[in-house]
Ligand binder design. Structure first.
Ligand code: GLC
Length: 752
């Protein structure tokens, strides 16, 4: 509906508005399915000053003469108001001269940024917190900082400072929470965009982009969870992963030969440490040429995959987009012949350098190129490779950044680099996902470093090149939580730290903190100290084994959370605020998180600490290690020797668990254990009647073959488990759906 020149509002649903500057339709890389306008906007009675008043069943929107908007919910509570004053000058802008002087002393300062083509500014009320924005550094709350969306490969240590306004990913979505109100905004614009969250002024926050159109979604709801559901209803949800991908992954840049890989695998088995995957970094290739292998160091990949698979271990290989410019190399020849590469403004193939030296860049905006790239995955899967790790797809380049005017020809719809940059990794992930799905047939396992909103449909992500620093272990928690709040559920940070040298203590605390990270991978850089679980002393080995085993024990819980995510978009790791929004103590809790709704983890992330303060929200919590029942709504001090990661289970929870295993083989899983954590351990309270007894505890469990897409044809089981504190009949099992033949042979219940 037209509000004024260059301002239109549509209602996607009663709670989701699309606010844009163009008339008609516009395609999107993130919102791929037609969204329609299910809810009708209708005229409503105006209020003072508003020239136009519109409403849905849930929202009222008042537009003033100058186009500024105010959005209220159905209780007439003001959710969001455009800032009406003059925008303030950026206080931190330097002249080029000042910047140069600072640079001479080694300061990393910026100057002369491209101006935004449009900017939207919203009033700050003062009491809000802001979440989301993907993998940005720092803390959960993004208010008072400013950020850039421009996918960037920057190997410096990542910390919350102006150098790191841009990171590898562009997820231009954020959530604003105030007392009694919450909403989200998704700016669907792939150009370089800016998010000043109250940095330039405490009166407003603003966002804008250097080009393209104003096109944002306003998502309302009652809870943070509902906002994420809304956002992922637009941009999509991560499909179910293969179950083994939730196991432990071991990586290093690089395991350089087949023998070395086999030796690593054997060590896992010798030390009795579960492991499902080993990753091959760039050195498995022939001169870093993608979709090739080094015939000397990896003479027979198929044999290697098969030897590993006997140990339950799968191979995952890295693939970069930068394609070596070398005649006689099939990727280069075919790509040149078929016009698959980006061109410079003169129409010649554009060259830059990446690992292979002189390189060219596939045009993933073209469906034809994506199909060609996707088909190459067959070269790997035929040799037994089970997953593809996409790296350097910002795209990274060693001879200066790709100029803005590089052309991606598309399929007759050419686009400039400045529009494509932030979706380059996204489209590469899409090509990889679709290739694996088509040519391998199993649920594709893709990891990507760069991405855009909507990439969750195609890929998992890791947070890129962190370092073995305690600050980076600390930061990995809010970083993963904000990725999850930004619709990206299957995330992980390199365990132990990638760059610089880890220590035994840091590795121990990291494996504890990462125990429930959806992507569970230890990875380290060349020239750094080795950090496989056995790299140090026996204590470090034992602690690694203990937490990797704990992870495998709760795989069915993690898998259930993945299933839940496909329905709701809710992440696996959640900030406490997602379940305890009314409790302000949770709003900025940076060093604790929930795993689903039943488990709370409060890892130790300080060197030398052997106890830590833990905040437990309302209700009864059960200390996982001691089984002590604790009344929440307070801070407690928990003793945490090096081998203890404080973990709490919410009273009344049911958790599914598997028995011990060395790797995930869904076909061999015949039994399931249900752990029931009643609020009190008094027998009478569990099996007898007690006044004000809680409702029955209930848990929905999902089971399928864990590998392919048969579940889409109904081949899955959905169980409802119930424990009653009121009646003395213990566990009840109800089948909500029965379509998978591998039903458990035995389900046992234990009271914890
Ligand atoms: C990049 C990746 C890192 C990888 C390295 C070599 O730095 O982020 O994970 O090991 O390249 O491929």
């Amino acid at each position: 509906m037209k509000i004024r020149e260059n301002l239109f509002i549509d209602a996607v649903t009663d709670k989701i508005l699309r606010i844009h500057s163009f008339d008609g339709e516009k395609s999107s890389f993130a919102v791929e399915k037609p969204i329609g306008t299910k809810a009708r906007l209708r005229e409503i009675p105006g209020v003072g000053g508003a020239v136009q008043a519109l409403g849905t069943e849930y929202l009222s929107i008042y537009a003033a003469e100058d186009g500024t908007l105010k959005i209220y919910d159905k209780r007439q509570k003001l959710l969001c108001a455009d800032y009406e004053g003059e925008l303030e000058q950026e206080c931190h802008a330097l002249t080029e001269e000042e910047a140069e002087q600072m640079r001479q002393e080694g300061h990393n300062v910026r100057s002369g940024e491209e101006a935004c083509r449009f900017q939207a500014a919203k009033k700050l009320f003062g009491d809000e917190v802001i979440y989301g924005l993907g993998d940005k550094t720092g803390f959960l709350n993004k208010k008072n900082y400013d950020y850039v969306m421009w996918n960037s490969d920057n190997p410096d240590p990542q910390v919350e400072n102006p150098t790191f306004r841009a990171m590898y990913k562009s997820l231009p979505f954020f959530i604003v929470l105030r007392e009694e109100t919450v909403y989200g905004i998704f700016l669907d614009n792939t150009y370089q965009s800016y998010f000043d969250m109250g940095f330039g002024s405490s009166r407003y926050y603003s966002f804008g982009a250097v080009d393209g159109e104003l096109d944002y979604y306003f998502i309302a709801g009652d809870t943070v969870a509902e906002i994420i559901e809304g956002y992922t209803s637009l941009t999509g949800r991560a499909p179910l992963p293969q179950m083994w991908t939730l196991g432990y992954h071991q990586s290093r840049w690089s395991y350089t030969s087949a023998e070395e890989v086999l030796a690593i695998a054997k060590n896992f088995r010798m030390y009795g440490i579960p492991c499902d995957a080993i990753h091959l970094d760039i050195d498995y290739m022939d001169h870093y040429k993608v979709f090739t292998k080094n015939d000397e160091t990896f003479p027979d990949l198929e044999e290697l995959s098969s030897d590993l698979s006997k140990m339950g271990i799968k191979l995952v290989t890295i693939i970069d987009p930068g394609t070596k410019a070398e005649e006689g190399y099939h990727m280069y020849d075919e790509g040149v012949q078929n016009g698959c590469f980006a061109k410079d403004s003169d129409g010649k193939i554009y060259h830059n350098a990446v690992w292979p030296g002189d390189s060219v860049f596939p045009d993933f905006t073209s469906e034809k190129v994506r199909e060609w790239w996707g088909k190459q995955t067959e070269l790997l899967t035929k040799q037994g490779i089970r997953g593809i790790w996409n790296d350097m797809n910002e795209p990274a380049s060693f001879e200066g950044p790709l100029p803005n005017d590089i052309v991606f020809p598309g399929d007759g719809l050419p686009r400039l680099h400045k529009e494509v940059h932030n979706v380059y990794g996204h489209l590469m992930a899409k090509a990889t996902y679709e290739g694996l799905k088509k040519y391998d047939g199993r649920r594709p396992f893709v990891i990507t470093r760069a991405c855009y909103s909507g990439s969750q449909k195609y890929s998992t992500v890791w947070t890129g090149d962190n370092q073995s620093l305690w600050a980076h272990l600390q930061m990995s928690i809010p970083q993963m939580l904000n990725l999850g709040l930004s619709g990206m559920p299957i995330v992980g940070a390199d365990i132990g730290g990638f760059g610089s040298h880890t220590t035994p203590e840091l590795l121990c605390r990291w494996i504890e903190a990462a125990c429930f990270s959806p992507l569970f991978r230890n990875h380290s850089a060349k020239y750094t100290r080795r950090q496989e679980p056995w790299a140090f002393d026996k204590q470090t080995l034992d602690i690694n084994r203990k937490y990797i085993q704990l992870r495998y024990k709760y795989l069915p819980y993690l898998y259930d959370l993945c299933y839940e995510e496909t329905k709701t978009g809710l992440p696996i790791l959640r900030p406490l605020v997602m379940h305890y929004q009314q409790d302000k103590n949770t709003w900025e809790c940076n060093d604790e998180f929930m795993v689903g709704s039943c488990m709370l983890a409060a890892p130790v992330v300080q060197q030398g600490a052997r106890e830590r303060m833990v905040y437990l929200p309302e209700g009864i919590w059960i200390d996982y290690w001691t089984r002590e029942r604790i009344m929440g709504g307070c801070y407690i001090l928990k003793e945490a020797p090096l081998d203890v990661c404080p973990l709490y289970i919410k009273g009344g929870s049911i958790l599914p668990a598997y028995g011990e295993m060395q790797s995930v083989e869904p076909e061999n899983i015949k039994t399931l254990t249900l752990e029931y954590y009643p609020e009190t351990l008094k027998k009478t309270a569990i099996f007898g009647r007690k006044p004000n007894a809680q409702e029955d505890s209930c848990y929905i469990h999902y089971q399928d073959n864990g590998v392919d897409f048969a579940y889409e044809d109904g081949e899955y089981n959905l169980y409802e488990f119930m424990f009653s504190e009121k009646r003395s009949n213990g566990l009840q099992v109800k089948m909500l759906h029965e379509g998978f033949l591998g039903k458990y042979e035995e389900i046992t219940a234990v009271i914890c």
